[in-house]
Design a protein around this ligand. Structure first.
Ligand SMILES: [Zn+2]
Length: 313
């Protein structure tokens, strides 16, 4: 439960625990995760605390009651979790949520909706939850989550109690690349199929670093055959960014953060590129990642990326 976070997140722990003890909650919380590796679990513990009949009663803690077990199983009817569908949280997702919340709670008298990726609410979608936030209904608690509070619309930010988690990085020791990656990608688990796809991205970068512009000729085989949906494309760009960041890490302190399994490849890239070139490449890839969102022809975009990385326009 929440007590697990007493030492890791003392300030936040105190705030949330106090609310639980007094049974006095804000109608809306906006959590800024700040890279804290266990943020979703912490927030979920808070949600359990709100519903659990044994939390902080007579100073006793819940030892895993039936209610908490149902919540953990994901079948608790009074909790709705919304995550971005692709790049954005869609208006339809929120409309469904609203319908759900027009019904009365079946169990107890509280309902909670969690919006994961509050920065992925565009104006139109945000408007539909503003009413919720402006005229809070008794018993409904909104929990919004973001990694960067300044990317959340001001109209939303100003209507929530802001809870900032302390940055806390996971301590990796002997973990392999596939074990490290999910943490950096912000996902809870990774399938073998995903790993295969990620390896293709790494192969692609390694190939490009050896063959530069010639890469364009083999783009179909190297990239398009594997990276198909826009979502895959965005993740592939994240992987590229992390990969080049690891080249930077190697150049600055001979340490790798994620791609420990690719040390030899990264060394080879580090030999051919200096710090300035890698930073430049990182900037270009980051810019192109933004372009994906607005660009229909991703095939053309990938060719352009290679040309731009090689100093062309
Ligand atoms: Zn419980």
């Amino acid at each position: 439960m929440l007590d697990e976070y007493q030492n890791l997140q003392p300030i936040v722990y105190k705030i949330l625990r106090n609310a639980a003890i007094k049974n006095k909650y804000s109608h809306a919380y906006l959590f800024e995760t700040n890279g804290f590796y266990d943020s979703f679990n912490l927030i979920f513990s808070f949600v359990k605390t709100i519903f659990c009949p044994h939390s902080y009663t007579n100073k006793e803690n819940c030892q895993g009651c039936q209610q908490c077990k149902v919540i953990e199983s994901g079948n608790f009817p009074e909790i709705e979790i919304i995550s971005p569908d692709g790049m954005w949280i869609k208006k339809e997702q929120l409309q469904k949520l609203q319908e759900e919340f027009n019904k009365k709670a079946i169990i107890g008298n509280k309902k909670i909706y969690i919006i994961n990726g509050a920065d992925k609410l565009n104006k139109q979608a945000a408007n539909s939850i503003l009413k919720f936030l402006e005229e809070p209904e008794e018993g409904i608690i909104a929990i919004l989550i973001t990694d960067n509070i300044y990317q959340v619309l001001e109209t939303i930010r100003s209507r929530c109690q802001i809870i900032k988690l302390k940055e806390e990085k996971r301590n990796f020791k002997e973990e392999t690349t596939p074990m490290r990656l999910p943490y950096f990608l912000g996902i809870s688990e990774i399938t073998d199929e995903d790993i295969e796809k990620y390896e293709k991205v790494i192969n692609f970068i390694n190939y490009y670093e050896k063959n530069q512009l010639n890469t364009i000729i083999y783009m179909q085989k190297l990239w398009h055959d594997y990276i198909k949906s826009k979502e895959d494309l965005l993740t592939a760009f994240d992987i590229m960014i992390f990969y080049y960041k690891d080249v930077l890490n190697y150049l600055t302190n001979c340490n790798l953060e994620i791609f420990v399994d690719n040390q030899k490849d990264i060394e080879n890239i580090a030999i051919k590129n200096d710090l300035k070139t890698i930073s430049k490449k990182l900037n270009i890839i980051t810019e192109f990642k933004e372009k994906i969102k607005y660009n229909a022809n991703t095939n053309l975009l990938m060719d352009k990326l290679i040309i731009t990385l090689e100093g062309g326009i």
